[in-house]
Design a protein around this ligand. Sequence first.
Ligand SMILES: [Zn+2]
Ligand SMILES: [Zn+2]
Length: 337
Amino acid sequence: MRAAVYEGTRELYVREVSEPTVGPHDVLLKPKYVGICGSDLNAWQYGMFEPGVIIGHEFSAEIVGVGREVAAWSIGDRVVPNSLIPCGECKFCSQQKHSLCENMQMVGISMNGGMADLVSLPESTLYHLPKSIDDKMGAMVEPLAVVLRAFERARFAKGVSVLILGAGPIGLLSLLVAKEKGAGRVLVSEVKPPRLSLAKSLGADDIVNPLQESISLRLESLTKAQGTDLVVECTGAPGPSSETFRLVKRGGTILVLGICEEPVEADFMTGVLNELSIQFSYLGYAEFPKAIRLISSGRVNPAPLVTRVIPLERVVEDGFELLTGPSSSDVKVLVQI
Ligand SMILES: [Zn+2]
Ligand SMILES: [Zn+2]
Protein backbone atom coordinates (compact mmCIF):
# COMPACT_ATOMS: atom_id res chain seq x y z
CA MET A 1 0.00 0.00 0.00
CA ARG A 2 1.04 3.67 -0.39
CA ALA A 3 2.01 5.72 2.67
CA ALA A 4 3.62 9.09 3.50
CA VAL A 5 6.60 8.06 5.62
CA TYR A 6 8.45 10.61 7.75
CA GLU A 7 12.22 10.05 7.98
CA GLY A 8 13.42 13.35 9.49
CA THR A 9 13.95 17.00 8.65
CA ARG A 10 12.74 17.68 5.09
CA GLU A 11 12.47 13.96 4.53
CA LEU A 12 8.98 12.77 3.79
CA TYR A 13 8.41 10.13 1.14
CA VAL A 14 5.35 8.58 -0.42
CA ARG A 15 6.34 4.95 -0.87
CA GLU A 16 5.06 1.40 -0.92
CA VAL A 17 4.98 -0.20 2.54
CA SER A 18 3.49 -3.42 3.80
CA GLU A 19 -0.11 -3.43 5.03
CA PRO A 20 -0.65 -3.10 8.79
CA THR A 21 -1.51 -6.07 10.96
CA VAL A 22 -4.84 -6.01 12.79
CA GLY A 23 -4.78 -7.09 16.42
CA PRO A 24 -7.85 -8.59 18.17
CA HIS A 25 -9.00 -5.16 19.45
CA ASP A 26 -7.94 -3.21 16.35
CA VAL A 27 -9.91 -1.83 13.47
CA LEU A 28 -8.56 -1.55 9.94
CA LEU A 29 -9.32 1.85 8.45
CA LYS A 30 -9.27 3.21 4.94
CA PRO A 31 -8.54 6.94 5.39
CA LYS A 32 -10.51 9.38 3.20
CA TYR A 33 -9.13 12.87 3.83
CA VAL A 34 -6.15 13.77 6.00
CA GLY A 35 -5.35 17.31 7.15
CA ILE A 36 -1.79 18.63 7.04
CA CYS A 37 -1.28 20.13 10.49
CA GLY A 38 1.11 22.83 11.70
CA SER A 39 2.84 20.19 13.84
CA ASP A 40 3.42 18.06 10.72
CA LEU A 41 5.03 21.10 9.08
CA ASN A 42 7.14 21.76 12.20
CA ALA A 43 8.34 18.15 12.18
CA TRP A 44 9.25 18.46 8.52
CA GLN A 45 11.12 21.71 9.11
CA TYR A 46 12.79 20.97 12.43
CA GLY A 47 12.49 17.21 13.03
CA MET A 48 10.22 16.08 15.87
CA PHE A 49 8.41 12.86 15.02
CA GLU A 50 9.63 9.26 15.20
CA PRO A 51 11.64 8.48 12.04
CA GLY A 52 9.88 5.83 9.96
CA VAL A 53 6.38 6.80 11.14
CA ILE A 54 3.48 7.21 8.71
CA ILE A 55 2.17 10.72 9.40
CA GLY A 56 -1.44 11.97 9.54
CA HIS A 57 -3.39 12.60 12.73
CA GLU A 58 -6.38 14.60 11.46
CA PHE A 59 -8.49 12.30 9.32
CA SER A 60 -11.77 10.72 8.42
CA ALA A 61 -11.94 7.06 7.48
CA GLU A 62 -14.10 4.07 6.65
CA ILE A 63 -13.80 0.76 8.45
CA VAL A 64 -12.67 -2.02 6.09
CA GLY A 65 -11.77 -4.71 8.63
CA VAL A 66 -12.22 -5.52 12.33
CA GLY A 67 -10.17 -7.58 14.78
CA ARG A 68 -11.73 -10.79 16.11
CA GLU A 69 -12.64 -9.27 19.54
CA VAL A 70 -14.22 -6.12 18.07
CA ALA A 71 -17.99 -6.05 18.56
CA ALA A 72 -18.92 -2.38 18.51
CA TRP A 73 -17.75 -1.57 14.97
CA SER A 74 -18.66 -2.92 11.54
CA ILE A 75 -17.20 -2.79 8.06
CA GLY A 76 -18.52 0.30 6.30
CA ASP A 77 -18.80 2.48 9.43
CA ARG A 78 -17.54 6.03 8.91
CA VAL A 79 -15.28 7.17 11.73
CA VAL A 80 -12.83 9.72 13.00
CA PRO A 81 -10.04 8.53 15.32
CA ASN A 82 -8.80 10.37 18.39
CA SER A 83 -5.21 11.42 17.73
CA LEU A 84 -4.22 10.89 21.36
CA ILE A 85 -4.08 7.40 22.85
CA PRO A 86 -3.46 7.72 26.60
CA CYS A 87 -2.20 4.76 28.62
CA GLY A 88 -5.13 4.99 31.06
CA GLU A 89 -2.90 3.95 33.94
CA CYS A 90 -0.46 6.73 34.85
CA LYS A 91 -1.20 9.37 37.51
CA PHE A 92 -2.14 11.97 34.90
CA CYS A 93 -4.59 9.60 33.22
CA SER A 94 -6.17 8.80 36.60
CA GLN A 95 -6.75 12.57 37.02
CA GLN A 96 -8.30 12.78 33.52
CA LYS A 97 -5.31 14.84 32.34
CA HIS A 98 -4.90 12.71 29.24
CA SER A 99 -2.81 15.18 27.26
CA LEU A 100 -0.12 14.90 29.96
CA CYS A 101 -0.09 11.07 29.93
CA GLU A 102 3.41 9.76 30.60
CA ASN A 103 3.05 6.89 28.15
CA MET A 104 0.84 8.39 25.50
CA GLN A 105 0.81 7.29 21.89
CA MET A 106 0.05 9.86 19.25
CA VAL A 107 -1.41 8.72 15.95
CA GLY A 108 0.73 9.90 13.04
CA ILE A 109 3.46 11.13 15.39
CA SER A 110 4.66 8.24 17.56
CA MET A 111 2.69 5.51 15.77
CA ASN A 112 1.47 5.09 12.19
CA GLY A 113 -1.25 7.52 11.15
CA GLY A 114 -3.71 8.11 8.36
CA MET A 115 -1.69 9.35 5.40
CA ALA A 116 -1.79 5.89 3.84
CA ASP A 117 -4.14 3.54 2.03
CA LEU A 118 -4.73 1.69 5.30
CA VAL A 119 -4.10 2.16 9.00
CA SER A 120 -4.84 -0.12 11.93
CA LEU A 121 -5.87 1.51 15.23
CA PRO A 122 -7.33 0.33 18.55
CA GLU A 123 -11.14 0.36 18.44
CA SER A 124 -11.18 2.53 21.58
CA THR A 125 -9.85 5.51 19.59
CA LEU A 126 -12.83 5.76 17.25
CA TYR A 127 -15.90 8.00 17.04
CA HIS A 128 -18.81 7.60 14.62
CA LEU A 129 -19.02 10.22 11.92
CA PRO A 130 -22.70 11.11 11.36
CA LYS A 131 -24.10 11.47 7.80
CA SER A 132 -24.34 15.23 8.33
CA ILE A 133 -20.53 15.46 8.35
CA ASP A 134 -18.86 14.69 5.03
CA ASP A 135 -15.43 13.08 4.80
CA LYS A 136 -13.65 16.40 4.31
CA MET A 137 -15.19 17.93 7.42
CA GLY A 138 -14.42 14.73 9.30
CA ALA A 139 -10.77 15.69 8.97
CA MET A 140 -11.50 18.96 10.81
CA VAL A 141 -12.82 17.28 13.97
CA GLU A 142 -9.36 16.85 15.53
CA PRO A 143 -8.18 20.47 15.23
CA LEU A 144 -11.60 21.68 16.42
CA ALA A 145 -11.29 19.44 19.50
CA VAL A 146 -7.90 21.06 20.23
CA VAL A 147 -9.46 24.55 20.15
CA LEU A 148 -12.52 23.56 22.21
CA ARG A 149 -10.32 22.23 24.97
CA ALA A 150 -8.17 25.37 24.93
CA PHE A 151 -11.23 27.61 25.36
CA GLU A 152 -12.42 25.47 28.26
CA ARG A 153 -9.01 25.70 29.89
CA ALA A 154 -9.06 29.49 29.49
CA ARG A 155 -12.52 29.54 31.19
CA PHE A 156 -13.95 31.43 28.25
CA ALA A 157 -17.00 33.48 29.23
CA LYS A 158 -19.73 34.94 27.03
CA GLY A 159 -19.32 38.56 26.03
CA VAL A 160 -15.55 38.83 26.42
CA SER A 161 -13.56 40.71 23.80
CA VAL A 162 -11.06 38.58 21.95
CA LEU A 163 -7.89 39.21 19.97
CA ILE A 164 -6.64 36.30 17.88
CA LEU A 165 -3.02 36.43 16.72
CA GLY A 166 -2.55 34.36 13.57
CA ALA A 167 -5.29 33.26 11.16
CA GLY A 168 -4.06 29.79 10.25
CA PRO A 169 -6.33 26.78 10.87
CA ILE A 170 -6.14 27.02 14.68
CA GLY A 171 -6.58 30.81 14.70
CA LEU A 172 -9.61 30.66 12.41
CA LEU A 173 -11.13 27.76 14.35
CA SER A 174 -10.60 29.90 17.48
CA LEU A 175 -12.55 32.66 15.74
CA LEU A 176 -15.42 30.26 14.92
CA VAL A 177 -15.46 28.88 18.46
CA ALA A 178 -15.30 32.36 20.04
CA LYS A 179 -18.27 33.48 17.93
CA GLU A 180 -20.22 30.30 18.63
CA LYS A 181 -19.65 30.74 22.36
CA GLY A 182 -20.94 34.32 22.28
CA ALA A 183 -17.76 36.39 22.33
CA GLY A 184 -17.97 40.18 22.21
CA ARG A 185 -15.84 41.93 19.58
CA VAL A 186 -13.26 39.69 17.93
CA LEU A 187 -10.20 41.25 16.32
CA VAL A 188 -7.98 39.01 14.18
CA SER A 189 -4.36 39.83 13.38
CA GLU A 190 -2.57 38.14 10.48
CA VAL A 191 0.19 39.05 8.02
CA LYS A 192 -1.23 37.23 4.98
CA PRO A 193 -4.02 39.23 3.28
CA PRO A 194 -6.03 36.23 1.94
CA ARG A 195 -6.20 34.73 5.44
CA LEU A 196 -7.23 38.11 6.77
CA SER A 197 -10.14 38.40 4.34
CA LEU A 198 -11.16 34.86 5.22
CA ALA A 199 -11.21 35.87 8.91
CA LYS A 200 -13.46 38.80 8.00
CA SER A 201 -15.85 36.61 6.02
CA LEU A 202 -15.97 34.12 8.92
CA GLY A 203 -17.22 36.79 11.29
CA ALA A 204 -14.23 38.70 12.66
CA ASP A 205 -15.48 42.14 13.73
CA ASP A 206 -12.14 43.74 12.93
CA ILE A 207 -9.00 42.61 11.17
CA VAL A 208 -5.49 44.02 11.31
CA ASN A 209 -2.32 43.30 9.35
CA PRO A 210 0.62 43.97 11.71
CA LEU A 211 2.92 44.51 8.72
CA GLN A 212 0.87 47.60 7.88
CA GLU A 213 -0.48 48.76 11.21
CA SER A 214 0.42 48.29 14.86
CA ILE A 215 -1.91 45.88 16.67
CA SER A 216 -1.62 47.82 19.91
CA LEU A 217 -2.60 51.11 18.26
CA ARG A 218 -5.59 49.49 16.59
CA LEU A 219 -6.60 47.84 19.83
CA GLU A 220 -6.19 51.13 21.67
CA SER A 221 -8.62 52.86 19.35
CA LEU A 222 -11.08 49.95 19.48
CA THR A 223 -11.04 49.52 23.26
CA LYS A 224 -10.31 53.08 24.43
CA ALA A 225 -6.89 51.92 25.59
CA GLN A 226 -8.33 49.16 27.80
CA GLY A 227 -6.91 46.17 25.89
CA THR A 228 -8.77 42.97 25.17
CA ASP A 229 -10.14 40.45 27.71
CA LEU A 230 -8.60 37.46 25.97
CA VAL A 231 -5.65 37.17 23.61
CA VAL A 232 -5.40 33.86 21.75
CA GLU A 233 -1.83 33.30 20.53
CA CYS A 234 -1.86 31.09 17.43
CA THR A 235 1.23 32.26 15.53
CA GLY A 236 3.85 30.19 17.36
CA ALA A 237 6.27 33.07 16.77
CA PRO A 238 8.28 34.70 19.60
CA GLY A 239 7.49 38.34 18.68
CA PRO A 240 3.69 38.15 18.82
CA SER A 241 3.88 35.86 21.87
CA SER A 242 5.85 38.52 23.78
CA GLU A 243 3.52 41.26 22.60
CA THR A 244 0.48 39.57 24.17
CA PHE A 245 1.38 41.14 27.55
CA ARG A 246 0.80 44.62 26.13
CA LEU A 247 -2.43 43.73 24.37
CA VAL A 248 -4.42 42.08 27.12
CA LYS A 249 -6.66 44.02 29.50
CA ARG A 250 -5.91 44.31 33.23
CA GLY A 251 -7.06 41.02 34.76
CA GLY A 252 -7.27 39.44 31.32
CA THR A 253 -6.11 36.11 29.95
CA ILE A 254 -3.48 35.06 27.43
CA LEU A 255 -4.30 31.70 25.85
CA VAL A 256 -1.32 30.13 24.11
CA LEU A 257 -1.98 27.56 21.39
CA GLY A 258 0.90 28.34 19.04
CA ILE A 259 3.94 26.12 19.46
CA CYS A 260 6.98 28.41 19.54
CA GLU A 261 10.31 26.75 18.77
CA GLU A 262 12.31 29.52 20.44
CA PRO A 263 12.14 30.95 23.98
CA VAL A 264 9.74 33.87 24.38
CA GLU A 265 10.54 37.05 26.29
CA ALA A 266 7.80 37.69 28.78
CA ASP A 267 6.97 40.99 30.50
CA PHE A 268 6.33 39.55 33.95
CA MET A 269 6.12 42.97 35.59
CA THR A 270 3.05 43.82 33.51
CA GLY A 271 1.83 40.30 34.20
CA VAL A 272 2.00 40.82 37.97
CA LEU A 273 0.79 44.42 38.11
CA ASN A 274 -2.16 43.63 35.83
CA GLU A 275 -2.83 40.24 37.41
CA LEU A 276 -2.85 38.48 34.06
CA SER A 277 -3.58 34.81 33.58
CA ILE A 278 -1.63 32.77 31.07
CA GLN A 279 -3.14 29.51 29.95
CA PHE A 280 -1.26 27.06 27.77
CA SER A 281 -3.11 24.30 25.96
CA TYR A 282 -1.80 21.43 23.89
CA LEU A 283 -4.12 18.68 22.66
CA GLY A 284 -7.77 17.78 22.57
CA TYR A 285 -9.05 14.46 23.87
CA ALA A 286 -12.45 14.33 25.56
CA GLU A 287 -13.70 17.13 23.28
CA PHE A 288 -14.05 14.93 20.17
CA PRO A 289 -17.79 14.21 20.65
CA LYS A 290 -18.46 17.90 21.23
CA ALA A 291 -16.48 18.83 18.09
CA ILE A 292 -18.53 16.29 16.11
CA ARG A 293 -21.80 17.74 17.47
CA LEU A 294 -20.78 21.32 16.67
CA ILE A 295 -19.87 20.51 13.05
CA SER A 296 -22.85 18.20 12.61
CA SER A 297 -25.33 20.84 13.80
CA GLY A 298 -23.71 23.53 11.65
CA ARG A 299 -22.96 25.68 14.70
CA VAL A 300 -19.31 25.57 13.66
CA ASN A 301 -18.64 25.30 9.93
CA PRO A 302 -14.95 24.81 9.15
CA ALA A 303 -15.58 24.19 5.39
CA PRO A 304 -14.20 27.60 4.26
CA LEU A 305 -10.89 26.79 6.00
CA VAL A 306 -10.13 24.05 3.48
CA THR A 307 -8.36 25.99 0.74
CA ARG A 308 -6.96 23.06 -1.25
CA VAL A 309 -7.26 19.30 -1.66
CA ILE A 310 -4.27 17.39 -3.04
CA PRO A 311 -3.63 13.74 -3.90
CA LEU A 312 -1.34 11.63 -1.71
CA GLU A 313 1.35 11.48 -4.44
CA ARG A 314 1.72 15.27 -4.35
CA VAL A 315 1.87 15.67 -0.56
CA VAL A 316 5.52 16.77 -0.45
CA GLU A 317 5.55 19.17 -3.42
CA ASP A 318 2.03 20.62 -3.19
CA GLY A 319 1.65 20.19 0.55
CA PHE A 320 4.76 20.51 2.71
CA GLU A 321 6.96 22.51 0.34
CA LEU A 322 4.26 25.02 -0.60
CA LEU A 323 2.87 25.39 2.92
CA THR A 324 6.27 26.17 4.43
CA GLY A 325 7.15 28.59 1.62
CA PRO A 326 6.80 32.33 2.07
CA SER A 327 4.09 32.84 -0.54
CA SER A 328 1.55 30.29 0.68
CA SER A 329 -1.75 31.74 1.74
CA ASP A 330 -3.44 28.39 2.19
CA VAL A 331 -5.20 27.66 5.45
CA LYS A 332 -5.99 23.94 5.66
CA VAL A 333 -4.76 21.60 2.96
CA LEU A 334 -6.36 18.17 2.89
CA VAL A 335 -4.76 15.12 1.35
CA GLN A 336 -7.23 12.88 -0.45
CA ILE A 337 -6.29 9.24 -0.12
ZN1 LIG B 1 -2.85 18.66 14.40
ZN1 LIG C 1 -1.30 7.77 31.05
